[in-house]
Ligand binder design. Sequence first.
Ligand SMILES: [Zn+2]
Length: 53
Amino acid sequence: MSTNEFKETPACADKNTAFPTEDVCPKCGADIEIWSDEDETTCRSCDYVIRNS
Ligand SMILES: [Zn+2]
């Protein structure tokens, strides 16, 4: 029984070409960033959830 089996895990690096979009929280006006691979992000100032359109 071998426990020395190494599995190759796929590197989750290169395939992502996500980029951030700067926006403003509609609730408190704070600057926020929504990444292109995210459906939504949360305002760090007021916890308002901004959906990525
Ligand atoms: Zn906010």
